[in-house]
Design a protein around this ligand. Sequence first.
Ligand code: IPD
Length: 263
Amino acid sequence: MVDPHELLTLAVDIAREAGALARTRRGEGVAIAATKSALADIVTDADREVEALIRARLAGARPGDGFLGEETDAERGTSGVTWVVDPIDGTVNYAYGIAHYAVSIAAVTGEPVSAKWMPVAGAVYDPSLDEMFSASLGGGAWLGETRLAVGAPSPAGALLATGFGYDPATHEGDLARVRRVMPLARDLRRAGAASLDLAYVAAGRLDGYFERGLHPWDHAAGGLLVTEAGGRIGGQPGDAPGRDMTIAAGPELYEQISEAVYR
Ligand code: IPD
C-alpha cells in the first residue's frame, strides 16, 4: 500500500532542496552543456547535477522505487512506485537567464506511461518565486497552505498557454492548432515550462493549456495538480496526457479546447 501523503512529503522536501541548488547554480552563471535532439532541446550542467541530487535523495529514502528522469537512464523498481522527475523544467529559460523554471517531482504507480499510470503525489517548485505547488491523490492541490481550484474562464475569453515541440517538423501543426484555439482565448502565453503551465491551470492563473509532444516528466506532477484542483488533463484517445497531445483545463473549457485542437 502506498501512502500518497508520505510520498508527497518526500517529494516536497527534495524539490525544495533541488530548487535551492538550481537557484545557486543559476546565480553562478549557466552555460549550455549540450544540444540534444533539436536546437530547443538543451541540457546544462545544472540539469545533470540537480537530477543527480534528486536521484540520490530518493534512492536513499526509498531504495526499492523506480526512477524515470529527463537526464539519466531509467531504472525499474520493485516497490510499484516510480519517481518521474524533471530536474529543471524550462531549461531554455534557465539557460537564457529567464527566471521561469521549476523542479518537477512525481510519484506514480503503474508503468509510466501506460493505461495503468497513476500519479499519486507531485511537487512543482518554482525556486525564483519560492512557490511550492503540491498535490496528492485524494488530498487536493496546494500552493503552500492555500488549497487550489481551477478557475472559471471569463465569457470574454480564456487565458490560455501552449508550447512548441522540439522537432521543427511539428511546428506547422502547432501553429495551425494555435489558430484554431485562438477564438476561445482572451490571450495566449508560451511561458516555457510545462510543469508551471499545469500548476498555473490548477491555481486558476491560467484557464487552460495545450501542447503536443510532452514527456512524462513534463506533465506527471502538474497533471495531478490539475485533477486535484478539479480540472481535467488528457488529450489522447483513452484520455491519458501524453506525447501526442496534452490538454488541461476546467471540464467545460477542456471540451472546447479539445474540439478546436482536433477539428
Ligand atoms: C520543456 C518545457 C517547455 C515545453 C517543452 C518541454 P524542458 O521542458 O516544459 O515549456 O514546451 O515541451 O520539453 O526541456 O525545459 O525540461
